[in-house]
Design a protein around this ligand. Structure first.
Ligand SMILES: Nc1ncnc2c1ncn2[C@@H]1O[C@H](COP(=O)(O)OP(=O)(O)OP(=O)(O)O)[C@@H](O)[C@H]1O
Ligand SMILES: [Mg+2]
Length: 377
C-alpha cells in the first residue's frame, strides 16, 4: 500500500505562507508529478511529506495513518534528491546497502536486496566500483537503488535528473517510467520541467505560489487547462494570449473580436457575456498557414528552424501581444516578410477577466482514443 492524503496542509516560514492549504489524494501505485515555477513550494511540500520539514497546519496521512508527528524513517517513504549524496569512498554495493546497514539487516537478506535493485537498475556489473568511476546517470541510479532497497510505500523524487545533460535526462525519464511499471509503487516526483511532467505522470499537480492551480492527467491539462496559469505553463512553446472583446453568444459558442477579426469559440458561456474583455488562448502548434476561422496576417521577426518544425515569432502590435506559430519544418517563410496565418475556432481556449477558463466543448472522446479502445485492439 502507498496511499497519501493531504488535507488543508499549510506551511509558514515566519509570517510567509509558502503553502496555502493543499488538498490532495494520491492513490496506491500512482505516479504523481508536482510541477510549477521556481519558488512555488514543490520541494517544501515534498519535504513535509517526507518528514524533513515540519508541517505548520493540516494533516498528512499515509495509508490511513496521520504521520505529521512521525520521524522520516517511520513513514515508509524513501526520497531521492537532485544531488546524489553518494559516499565516494564506498563501493556502489555499499552505497546502495547503506540504509539496510543502518537498519542492521542480516547479511544474506541485505545482499539479495542490493543485487535485486542493481539488476533492475542495470548496475549489476558495477557493484564493486566506486561512485567516482560512474557517469552522472549511473550515479543517479545508485541513489535510486538506495531508495529501492528500503522497499518504501512511497518514493519521493526531488528533481532527480536536473544535474544530467539533455540526452541522459531523456534516457533516465524512460528508465524511471519503466521502474514505476515494474515496482508498481506510489511515486511522487517534483520537477519544473513540464516535459518530464507530461511524459512520466499519471497525474500532474500544477502548483502556483503555494496553491494547486490544477490537478489532472497530462492530456487533460493540455486540452482543458482550468486557468491562464496552467494554459501558459503546460505546452511548449507557450500558449499565445490575445485580448479580445466578447460580441455575443450564439449556438456555436462565444463570439469574440480581435482587432476587427471575429471568431465563434465553442466554449460554454457564463453569465452575461457581451462587451466583456476576455483572453483568447491559442497554442503555437494550432496556428497554420492560410486562412481559417480566425485569420491574422503577421510579420515574424525571428524564425527558428528546428528541422521537424519551424517556429516563427511575431509581434501583433499591442503590448505583450507576442505571437508564436509552430509551422512545418520546410515551410517557405522568412523573417520580416508577411505571412497569412489561421487558427481554427475549435482549437482555441477562452479565459475570463480573472484568468479562469470557459469550459471547452471538446470532449476527451473527440481525441483519437482508438488505440485505447479494446474493441479495436
Ligand atoms: N528554510 C526556509 N526558510 C525560509 N524560507 C524558505 C525556506 N525554504 C524555502 N523557503 C521559501 O519557500 C518558498 C518555496 O520554496 P521551495 O524550495 O519549496 O520552492 P520550489 O518550488 O521547490 O522551487 P525550485 O523549483 O527552485 O526548487 C520559496 O519562496 C523559498 O524562498
Ligand atoms: Mg525545489
Amino acid at each position: 500500500m502507498g496511499q497519501l492524503k493531504l488535507s488543508k496542509v499549510q506551511k509558514f516560514y515566519g509570517t510567509y505562507e509558502v503553502l496555502k492549504g493543499i488538498e490532495l489524494e494520491v492513490q496506491n501505485g500512482e505516479f504523481v508529478v508536482f510541477v510549477g515555477p521556481s519558488g512555488c513550494g514543490k520541494s517544501t511540500l515534498l519535504r513535509m511529506i517526507a518528514g524533513l520539514d515540519e508541517t505548520t497546519a493540516g494533516d498528512i496521512v499515509i495509508d490511513g495513518k496521520r504521520v505529521n508527528d512521525l520521524p522520516p524513517v517511520k513513514r515508509g517513504i524513501a526520497m531521492v534528491f537532485q544531488s546524489y549524496a553518494l559516499y565516494p569512498h564506498m563501493s556502489v554495493f555499499e552505497n546502495i546497502a547503506f540504509p539496510l546497514r543502518v537498519e542492521k539487516m542480516p547479511e544474506d537478506k541485505l545482499k539479495a536486496r542490493v543485487e535485486h535493485a542493481a539488476r533492475i537498475l542495470h548496475l549489476d556489473q558495477r557493484l564493486q566500483q566506486k561512485p567516482g568511476m560512474l557517469s552522472g546517470g549511473q550515479r543517479q541510479r545508485v541513489a535510486i537503488g538506495r531508495a529501492i532497497v528500503r522497499e518504501p510505500k512511497i518514493f519521493l523524487f526531488d528533481e532527480p535528473l536536473s544535474n544530467l545533460d539533455a540526452a541522459l535526462r531523456a534516457d533516465m525519464r524512460i528508465e524511471l517510467a519503466k521502474l514505476h511499471r515494474q515496482l508498481k509503487a506510489t511515486m511522487i516526483y517534483v520537477t519544473h520541467d513540464q516535459v518530464e511532467a507530461m511524459t512520466m505522470a499519471d497525474r500532474i499537480v500544477v502548483l502556483n505560489a503555494g496553491e494547486i492551480a490544477q490537478t489532472g492527467a497530462p492530456l487533460e491539462l493540455y486540452h482543458k487547462p482550468a486557468n491562464v496559469f496552467v494554459a501558459g505553463f503546460i505546452g511548449h512553446p507557450k500558449m499565445n494570449f490575445l485580448p479580445v472583446v466578447c460580441t455575443g453568444v450564439n449556438d456555436a459558442g462565444v463570439e469574440v473580436d480581435y482587432r476587427g477579426h471575429t471568431a465563434r469559440i465553442p466554449v460554454v458561456p457564463r453569465g452575461s457575456m457581451a462587451g466583456r474583455t476576455l483572453t483568447l488562448g491559442v497554442r503555437p502548434e494550432h496556428v497554420q498557414t492560410g486562412a481559417a476561422d480566425l485569420t491574422l496576417t503577421v510579420t515574424p521577426s525571428v524564425i527558428e528552424r528546428l528541422g521537424a518544425h519551424t517556429v516563427a515569432y511575431a509581434s501583433l502590435g499591442g503590448e505583450g501581444e507576442n505571437y508564436c506559430a509552430m509551422l512545418p519544418g520546410n515551410i517557405a517563410i522568412r523573417a520580416d516578410q508577411q505571412v497569412l496565418t489561421g487558427i481554427r475556432a475549435g482549437d482555441c481556449h477562452l479565459f475570463d477577466e480573472n484568468g479562469t477558463a470557459f469550459e471547452r466543448r471538446v470532449k476527451m472522446t473527440d481525441l483519437d482514443m482508438s488505440l485505447f479502445d479494446p474493441a479495436v485492439a
